[in-house]
Design a protein around this ligand. Structure first.
Ligand code: HPA
Length: 277
């Protein structure tokens, strides 16, 4: 289990390494989910730092897994984007999955946009829909705040009653319409993966109120809330979840839909950065 002082020392070391390379203070963080990597092309005056060069960042176990932090400006607003995230299913402990969010926190980031690809459970959804998250259900069987509380970073028992900031969600709906996007709103259930859910699990999740299912996001959102950040979550429905349609799931379908929607998704996130920052 991590000891508080040890963790804070690591975090300071990482922060020092990064601030030597950048000449701006990012205001907003963006976690880019599957198929949204193209967003970094909109970032100007970029400084990109590969994860493997950043002290104390998790070491990638997956071959060919490229990931980097990209600092720069989007329509004049200073941001940091994570191109590639660490998933719980890859075997990282929750504290490592969420380490980049802590780094953002100590760099002064006060708002976080978290994106992902997800399976649609709500039968009104269609693959390709964008969904603003209004809440989540943590079914991962773990919590990134388990263990000694990092009392310099946030409270022991953080409130999640507005884990996805209400004002930001309302603004996001307005901004979406302005750019011709009509997102759904829904509740995201996080499973540990990496297997997709069984049809019975999806029936269970539907019964308990989930509209979407995925394998990410919730750890990062919990830590961001602990750290006092405002959060906006957006899912791209890349497929209908298991058993909703009489067809099988494939990673290929997930990637195809994510690619098909990428331009629209990127446009939306760009407008959000401008409108929310
Ligand atoms: N289940 C879990 N995670 C996912 C899915 C799904 O159906 N689609 C994309 N990510």
């Amino acid at each position: 289990m991590i000891r508080e002082q040890e963790f804070m020392d690591k975090l300071s070391e990482t922060r020092r390494y990064i601030i030597e390379k950048i000449n701006m203070e990012p205001q907003m963080g963006i976690i880019l989910g599957s198929g949204l990597g193209g967003f970094v092309e909109l970032i100007e005056d970029k400084v990109s730092i590969p994860y493997q060069e950043i002290p104390n960042f998790p070491v990638s176990t997956v071959e060919g897994h490229k990931g980097q932090l990209v600092f720069g400006k989007v329509l004049g607003k200073p941001v940091v984007a994570m191109q590639g995230r660490f998933h719980f299913y890859e075997g990282y402990p929750m504290q490592e999955v969420t380490f980049p969010v802590r780094v953002m926190q100590v760099l002064g980031v006060s708002g976080l946009i978290v994106t992902n690809a997800a399976g649609g459970i709500n039968p009104a959804y269609r693959p390709g829909d964008l969904v603003l998250l209004k809440d989540h259900i943590n079914m991962m069987g773990d919590n990134p705040l388990r263990g000694a509380n990092l009392s310099n970073l946030g409270p022991r028992f953080p409130d999640l009653s507005e884990g996805y900031d209400l004002e930001w969600r309302q603004k996001a709906l307005t901004i979406a319409r302005e750019v011709g996007i009509y997102p759904q709103e829904g509740i995201y259930a996080a499973m540990s993966g990496p297997s997709y859910e069984s049809p019975a699990e999806i029936r269970f999740l539907r019964t308990v109120g989930a509209d979407l299912v995925g394998m990410s996001t919730v750890p990062e959102v919990i830590v961001a809330n602990h750290g006092g950040m405002r959060v906006l979550g957006i899912s791209c429905v890349t497929n209908m979840a298991a058993g909703i349609l009489s067809q099988r799931l494939s990673h290929a379908e997930v990637m195809e839909t994510a690619e098909r929607i990428e331009k629209q998704f990127v446009r939306f996130v760009q407008a959000l950065v401008k409108g929310l920052a």
